[in-house]
Each structure stands twice: as C-alpha cells, then as structure tokens.
Design a protein around this ligand. Structure first.
Ligand code: PBG
Length: 331
C-alpha cells in the first residue's frame, strides 16, 4: 500500500502543466493515427457525406490530395474503402485488377511512397445486396455463406497487395478469413504483407453514417449473423485468439469508445499490436453536439482518443485524424 494523507497528496503532481505532463501515463501522437478515405471513380470529385461533416467520397486524384495533407501534418497511414461503378452478386469490383481501390493504391504509392496504405478487405460495398458475403439462393435464401466467401476475400486481399497495399485489413467477419487470406498472400509471394484483422467487430448501430459514405447498407436483414453481439466480451477474446492463430499481425476492436473494456482485455491478454476503430457514429455524435455548441469538439475528440490509448490501443483509426494531428502540433 502507498502512503496515506497527509503524507500522500496526489494534487502535488497536478500543480502545473509541466508537472502533469511529466507524470502522464498515456500519450497520443499523430504517428498512431489512420485516416479512412472513401474512394469513388472519376476525376476532381468530392462528394460530401451528409451524416459526416468534413468527410467526402473522393476520386483517386482527390484521394491523393487528401492523403498528402494528412501525411504533411504527420498522419502516417490511410485506410481505403471503395465505392465501385457497379455492384453485383459476386462483388467482382472488390478483386478486379483495375478496381477503384486497386487503382487508388497504385496512385498513392506512386505519389506518396512512404505513406502506409491500408486497404479494407470486405465485399459489402461491391455486393448488390450490401452484405459482406455471398448470399445463398436456395430455399433458405438470405443466408450469408461463409466458406464460398473466403475465396473472394482472399482474392480481394491479394489484388490489393498486388497493387502495392502495405497492410490488408479484413472487416467482413467471416470465420476463417484470416487463414484464407494469409494462405493466398503467401502463395502469391506476399508473405511480408501484414494482416490487420477486424478481429472483434460488433454489429453496431454506430456504423450508421458509414453506410451512407460507403453506400453499403444491407438491402435486407442485418449483419448480426456475422458481426458480434454487443453483449459479449469473452467471445470477443475467442475471436481475437482465432485471428491470431490464423496469422493476424495486428488485431482490431471496433467500435472503440463504447468498447474500451474489450480493447483493454485484448491488449492485456494477447499483447499484440492492437488497433481501435473510432467509427462513423462516434465521429458524428461529436460533430453534431459541437455544431450545436453543446460540447467542445477538440477537447472531447482528444479526450476520447486518449481514452482509447489508455485502454491499450496502439493504433487509432479516426475520421478526425487530420484535425487531431493539427491540434497535437498546436499543443
Ligand atoms: C465494412 C465496414 C463497415 C465499417 C468498416 N468496414 C461497415 C459495416 O460493417 O457495416 C464501419 C466503419 C464506420 O462506421 O466508421 N464491412
């Protein structure tokens, strides 16, 4: 046990800013941030996402501009989501050699070779029905078929690696997809490309605004047969354990702020590089309340991200990455 009052006075170390910084246990740095970008076909296109002020669907050239601004201010990484020209039942846009993400990866790596380009590996944006896997056509139509989906996910990840992606990040939540992707990457000579798996991804209402941004809302049903039940923590640890056994290099928890207990337990139990995804709804809530003048956008954003770091996140994916990097610079 430590000392007791009056020998112990915790306030002694809070007397001024330098002292407080001296004993701060957790720090937030721009080096840990990832900026999500939504890329759509065209040139000079910036289509505002209504529910996410400051977020746009960008054509590849605009994507490069956005990534340049982020890179300049110290954000080392982006994660790409694609909005294809057309969708179908096989998500063929997801693994097309000249798909929208593949094109953008090539362009980004050409213009900004040192930027870490992460690609979201999923099928929902490319499927006409908006689900993350193949949908069965039989009598029990509407089921999401696990094993046949794995091939498409592996092909998608490999096509991203082929285009030059630095990290692939599967977000579909099919069972066995990390192994399927690792196997395909290795087979094609990409054994050095890491997998950041959305290991504990919950079926969350906080994804609402993203589905407008990515045009990926499911056309029937919901994602609860593949994404996790928000009630479960022990299961999240089993999901993470499976992904690590299958070859994940970085594990992600998503959403972040309402799931800090999961981040904390994942980091404590596995000690793996751990990412937290501050999702669209988290961003939107802060934007909306601060637009009303009800909360301080900068203070609330910084406090939220610091809390994710304190919980154990090494990496934070946030739509506010550029603002945060600027605020950190301003001090
Ligand atoms: C794709 C995917 C989603 C998000 C990231 N990847 C949407 C979903 O699962 O419905 C959500 C990100 C966010 O809300 O910011 N499967």
């Amino acid at each position: 046990m430590g000392a007791q009052f009056p020998r112990a006075r915790p306030r002694r170390l809070r007397r001024n800013a330098a002292l407080r910084a001296f004993v701060a246990e957790t720090r937030l740095s721009a080096q840990q941030l990832v900026l999500p970008l939504f890329v759509r076909p065209g040139r000079k296109q910036r289509v505002a996402v209504q529910a996410m002020p400051g977020v746009f669907q960008l054509s590849p050239d605009e994507c490069v501009r956005e990534a340049q601004l982020a890179w300049k201010i110290g954000v080392p990484a982006v994660i790409l989501f694609g909005i294809p020209e057309k969708k179908d039942a096989r998500a063929s846009g997801a693994y097309a050699t000249n798909g929208i993400v593949q094109q953008t990866v090539r362009l980004l790596k050409k213009e900004l070779p040192e930027l870490l380009v992460i690609t979201d590996v999923c099928l929902c944006e490319y499927m006409e029905h908006g689900h993350c896997g193949i949908v069965s056509r039989d009598r029990d139509g509407g089921r999401i078929l696990n094993d046949p989906t794995l091939k498409l996910l592996a092909a998608t990840a490999a096509s991203h690696a082929e285009a030059g992606a630095d990290i692939v990040a599967p977000s579909d939540m099919m069972d066995g997809r990390v192994l399927a992707i690792r196997t395909e990457l290795d087979k094609r000579g990409f054994e050095e490309i890491p997998i950041m798996s959305y290991a504990a991804k919950f079926a969350s209402a906080f994804y609402g605004p993203f589905r407008e941004a990515a045009e990926s809302a499911p056309q029937f049903g919901d994602r609860r047969s593949y994404q996790m039940d928000p009630a479960n923590a022990a299961e999240a640890l089993r999901e993470v354990a499976l992904d690590i056994e299958e070859g994940a290099d970085i594990v992600m928890v998503k959403p972040a702020l309402a799931y800090l207990d999961i981040i904390s337990r994942v980091k404590a139990q596995f000690g793996y590089p751990t990412a937290a995804y501050a999702v669209s709804g988290e961003y939107t809530m802060i934007k909306a309340a601060s637009a009303k003048g009800w909360i301080d956008e900068r203070a609330v954003t910084m406090e939220s991200l610091l809390a994710m770091r304190r919980a154990g996140a090494d990496i934070i994916i946030t739509y506010a990455a550029r603002d945060v990097a600027r605020w950190l610079k301003e001090g």
